[in-house]
Design a protein around this ligand. Structure first.
Ligand SMILES: [Zn+2]
Length: 390
């Protein structure tokens, strides 16, 4: 039975038979680096694995196409914000295709769901969980008792982290510096939508909640980078607790480069496009999957070489002729599936495949080993026909 670590309960929990999966998507202003690939390759493999064991999933991923960062970038480049968003979204999708990911079942834009957001905000005001002032609407954090239960941060820690991640504690309209924006009056020249409060635009957190509620009703697994746990996911829960009842919060650890977290603001990005000029799709996927999704790791050329070498070793099985000497691959298969069932330990599961590839040899009856390796490759999204690329 597949179990995943839930950041909320801090325990490994079984994934339900039918799982609605929501993974926070990109803000389309300059994207598709290895950090993105690492998150979306992991979810691609999780879903492939669930399907391979007969489970059903509905995978929703959004694009945050209206956001401060998009508007800022549009201003800097002199491009229309919508055109900028569309171009970057297309680029991101082609890069994720290039790295071998299946597309989500539902890929949704925030700007197509503003009426749904307005309905939730109006409902929150009706329940006195949010307040309007000068055309802006804020969620009142003090009215939600469970605030902080996902991130486990103390009150004084919360504000410091939120301020690092986009919160404006000096906003004079707020009753409490931790209160977060549900709706904001648009500034001159900014895009705007009609609402009962002002011509404005939504806050970031309400976007994901509105889309998750619309397509999934209840989220079984919620993904995103670890840096989204607070405040983004914490705020999502506060807005609509029912949507996230029993949700497994599976956060992806950060990828580092040059000693620091890979991020646009630091400029230490390794772009997927550049990696694929130098390495095969298989090697890039393996470099990601050699690390457990909850383990931080640092990108280096040595890591890529290690992945490419492992790929070569695993692929050597396809060149072998099956013979008559008995060979039993069942213990390797058992290990592989047990490791995936235990919180998707892809790195250790790849090592089980390595051991199998070292144990097989021409002359042995390896047809069942080959059949298993084919299944394992399918789960990991690795393709035998790409073997020449390693
Ligand atoms: Zn989100």
């Amino acid at each position: 039975m597949l179990r995943l670590y839930n950041a909320m309960t801090q325990k490994k929990e079984p994934v339900p038979e039918r799982a609605g999966i929501y993974v926070c998507g990109i803000t389309p202003y300059n994207v598709a680096h290895l950090g993105h690939a690492s998150l979306y390759v992991f979810y691609d493999v999780l879903i492939r694995y669930l399907h391979s064991i007969g489970r059903r999933t509905l995978y929703v991923q959004n694009v945050t196409d209206i956001d401060d960062d998009v508007l800022k970038k549009a201003k800097e480049t002199g491009k229309d914000w919508r055109q900028l968003g569309n171009e970057n979204t297309r680029y991101f999708l082609t890069q994720m295709d290039a790295v071998g990911n299946e597309r989500p079942d539902i890929y949704c834009r925030a700007t197509d769901h503003v009426p749904e957001m307005i309905r939730i905000i109006a409902d929150l005001i009706g329940k006195s969980m949010a307040y309007e002032i000068n055309g802006h609407v804020y969620f009142s954090v003090s009215g939600f008792r469970g605030f902080g239960k996902l991130s486990k941060l103390k009150k004084n820690e919360m504000l410091a982290v939120a301020n690092e991640r986009g919160n404006n504690p000096d906003d004079k309209n707020k009753k409490n510096p931790m209160d977060f924006v549900l709706w904001q009056r648009s500034a001159e020249g900014e895009p705007s939508w009609d609402s009962p409060w002002s011509k404005g635009r939504p806050g970031w957190h309400i976007e994901c909640t509105a889309m998750a509620r619309k397509y999934l009703k209840n989220v079984a697994i919620h993904g995103g980078g670890g840096d989204l746990a607070f405040p983004h996911h914490e705020c999502e829960i506060a807005q609509c607790p029912a949507v996230y009842h029993g949700t497994i919060w599976a956060h992806q650890a950060m990828v580092f480069y040059q000693g620091r977290k890979m991020s646009k603001s630091l400029g230490n990005l390794v772009m997927v496009e550049d990696l694929l000029k130098k390495y095969s799709v298989n090697a890039v996927r393996m470099a990601i999957l050699l690390h457990h999704y909850r383990e931080e790791w640092e990108f280096s050329e040595a890591e890529m070489r290690k992945a490419a070498e492992l790929g070569k070793k695993l692929n050597s099985i396809w060149d072998m002729q099956s013979g008559t000497a008995p060979f039993d691959s069942s213990s390797y298969e058992k290990d592989f599936f047990a490791l995936l069932d235990d919180d998707m330990q892809t790195g250790a599961a790849l090592q089980a495949l390595r051991k199998l590839s070292e144990a097989v040899s021409s002359g042995k009856n390896i047809s069942s080993a080959k059949a298993f390796m084919t299944r394992a490759f399918n789960i990991l999204g690795i393709r035998p026909e790409w073997q020449g690329d390693f």
